[in-house]
Design a binder for this molecule. Structure first.
Ligand code: MG
Length: 221
């Protein structure tokens, strides 16, 4: 927990900032519009797990879902940075799964309450090893895919993102300082599946990496 593996070794993760509805088709499958401004929430670094580990499906999560996303890992501080120079603050990219207890999120939203718990429980942020920025020619021309038990559930191009990486960094850093080790999850395409204990999730992004994650029930109290 709380670290990612980079070409230079383990890097301590600070905050995890996650974009919402950054692919139009995903917003539409939930009957919502994509926001005109980059809009985001946060997960704690304690929700991180790594390749080969398992998401623990909490008893209170009746509708657990997995969203495959391209993650941007920050390599230096960005505060009020312009979109033109923001990419220089990126250390690299990784494959990320935004695990979501959708029933908790829906009920929180319905009651006008924060949905931190629905997104931030332990094991809710699987992340792959980090691929150096210089090895990824164009972060907006990559196939992103999620398979559950061998069946393809999400398949899209990162080119479908509404807000792109330089704009995301410029936008977030105009309000909150980004630091080395922070992770930005850039949103998910359509096809988000419900997952259950026993499932095997395989996410991959062309040229970035892959992530194989199990799902298990919590141990008895
Ligand atoms: Mg997401």
């Amino acid at each position: 927990m709380t670290w990612v593996m980079t070409p230079g070794g383990k890097l301590h993760v600070g905050k995890i900032v996650c974009l919402v509805r950054n692919y139009r088709a995903h917003a539409e499958e939930y009957g919502q519009r994509a926001p005109s401004e980059a809009t985001y929430f946060m997960k704690p670094s304690t929700s991180i797990i790594h390749d080969g580990e398992k998401v623990v499906a909490p008893r209170i999560a009746h509708d657990l879902q997995a969203e495959a996303e391209l993650a941007v890992v920050m390599g230096s501080t960005a505060r009020g940075i312009s979109r033109n120079s923001s990419i220089e603050c990126v250390l690299g990219y990784a494959v990320f799964l935004d695990i979501t207890a959708r029933n908790l999120q829906r009920s929180a939203i319905g009651n006008g309450l924060p949905w931190t718990l629905a997104k931030g429980m332990d094991t809710f942020a699987p992340v792959s090893e980090v691929r150096a920025r210089g090895e990824v020619a164009d972060p907006h021309d990559l196939e992103i895919r999620l398979r559950v038990n061998g069946v393809t559930r999400q398949k899209a191009s990162t080119g479908e993102m509404i807000h792109r990486v330089p704009d995301i960094i410029a936008s977030i850093s105009s309000h909150m300082t980004l630091q080395k080790g922070d992770i930005l999850a850039t949103g998910t395409p359509e096809g988000v599946p419900t997952i259950r204990p026993g499932d095997v999730l395989e996410a991959d992004i062309e040229g970035v990496g892959q992530l194989r994650i199990g799902v298990e029930a919590p141990s008895p109290p």
